[in-house]
Design a protein around this ligand. Sequence first.
Ligand code: ADP
Ligand code: MG
Length: 347
Amino acid sequence: MNRLGVPLVLVLCGLSCSPSLPPRVEFTLGTLCRVSLFEGGTAADYDAVFARFQEIQDVMAPGAAAGGEATDLELVNLNAGIGPVMVHGDLLDVLEEARRYAELSDGAFDPTVGPLVRLWGIGSDNPRVPAADEIEQALALVDWRDLVIDRAAGTAFLRRRGQALDLGAIAKGYAADQAAAILRGGRSRRAVIDLGGNIFALGERAWWKSWRIGVQDPLDERGTYLGILRVKDKSVVTSGVYERYFEEGPRRYHHILSTSDGYPVDNGLVAVTIVAERSIDADALSTACFALGPERGLALVETLPDTEAVFVDRDRNVLLSSGAAKWFTLTGRDYRVIPTSSSSNTR
Ligand code: ADP
Ligand code: MG
């Protein structure tokens, strides 16, 4: 089982983008985070970015913060069905975005998936396949409409006892955006922020040059990629079946759970990569589109400006959104790009 969340997306650089300082790598936000600053980056920039990650982790991780007290997210969960809790503005921001994506995806992405995530324990030391009645009970508690956010009061509330938030599908995107904002405000305008495969490629790789981001081949060894995305100043985020999973008997159980049946999503997809201006959008959408499946997922992406997607299924078919071909080059020999109705459209 892989619980480290080793990067899914490789940043292909070459000599033209060797960093002025070595990258800084730390385990935080539940994953291995690597930040590489190019041109003018200083140790103070690294310090500021990683301090911000710690702050976000201490507010919205499940369980306890670094000091041992409950995170704000945990307090909301403990007070589910009891009463609203005053929380950090970061958490309100992320909850509002999460709610927006829950609505857009018709609940396929749902930040109240906590009871199901706990039940399966995927990514914990004790994952297991729950009994059908346990799944039914947990599933009954998953409903983003029970999340009440009161901006004026600065509170969040889950209406029913036993409900629980889980921001594993969106918090890293928020953190990457916060890091990008810090770096944009400083002198380091070329950087790669990689939070366990959740990438923000800031600025350009070099004058007039795009970053080249390798998309992990989900059916091959880590470090093998099936294609390259050439982007500038964009976030690239992948959700895949191979990132966090466990095996029991002949079956593999991965970490994106269906809010319709309570089991790991089983729709033929093995990975979805999203390219967007903001990492929070790419992160939420990669999970949402994975859960929605190729048809509904692509349809959703087509409604969103400046957002493109690469869907990969277990038969090694690659489906692209209408604007993705301008950035994506297929390199995996066993894969084929399947024309979709959207890729023939001109927008
Ligand atoms: P990663 O954790 O690998 O970055 P994702 O961004 O796809 O991958 O998030 C998956 C995580 O999101 C799971 O580990 C779990 O915490 C949570 N999650 C699982 N299923 C859902 C869902 N249907 N909607 C929202 N969050 C989910
Ligand atoms: Mg995600």
